[in-house]
Write a protein of this length. Structure first.
Length: 219
């Protein structure tokens, strides 16, 4: 652990939750932005410590979460998100924009995730008021522009069903005409599905879509 007056850096999700679980349990509001569902620190209910924090949380606590849209391309993740929404009463929205993985507790404390490394991930726990206010403002802007989980899930149901096949065809460099034929789609429909898939993954190119899908474990 390394700390200054208003910033503490911890190593790994377990240490982070050991130091902050009591804050989650007593908070009136917790908001979170995450790129995927499975990262330990960002998953209410994942792991022993997070389970403990979830069980101790105030019944009137408000929880808001924003996830990267690509998460919903994984049927297991999509089901898990809906279950957590229903079990914990969390408000969940989805965005196709890039997001910085962040947790904000009662607008008084911010947790920023660092890059993953071979030795684990570091987290900056920040209490400096101006920084907390700035990060909170960024979250609120992202929240306003994001889409409700149920609405987005319904929108991409067909894309999710076809995602593995489309990503496989793209990775093999199959031409659009042949790919569309193999899926029983018209070429224009296939290209629209590819564009929708790229949007959900936040990808600017077909190659980037493949990379992002591998990061999320979809392929």
């Amino acid at each position: 652990m390394h700390s200054t007056d208003s910033v503490t850096v911890v190593r790994g999700e377990e240490e982070l939750l050991q130091r902050t679980a009591h804050l989650f349990a007593s908070a009136a509001e917790v908001v979170c932005a995450a790129n995927d569902l499975w990262t330990f620190a960002w998953s209410h209910g994942a792991g022993e410590l997070a389970d403990s924090a979830a069980q101790q949380r105030r019944p009137d606590q408000r929880v808001r979460k924003i996830y990267q849209a690509g998460t919903l391309l994984d049927p297991v993740a999509a089901h898990e998100l809906a279950k957590r929404r229903d079990q914990f009463g969390a408000e969940i929205r989805v965005t196709t924009d890039e997001i910085n993985e962040t947790i904000i507790v009662d607008r008084r404390l911010v947790i920023l995730a660092g890059d993953r490394t071979a030795g684990g991930r570091s987290y900056s726990v920040i209490t400096q008021a101006d920084t907390v206010q700035g990060v909170s403002s960024l979250f609120e802007a992202a929240w306003r522009s994001a889409t409700d989980l149920a609405a987005y899930d319904a929108r991409i149901a067909d894309i999710r069903r076809l995602a593995p096949q489309v990503l496989d065809l793209l990775s093999r460099g199959v031409k659009d005409e042949s790919a569309a034929r193999s899926l029983g789609l018209g070429v224009r429909t296939y290209r629209r599905r590819v564009a929708d898939l790229m949007s959900s993954l936040g990808a600017q190119s077909r190659f980037q879509a493949g990379v992002r899908a591998r990061e999320l474990g979809i392929v």
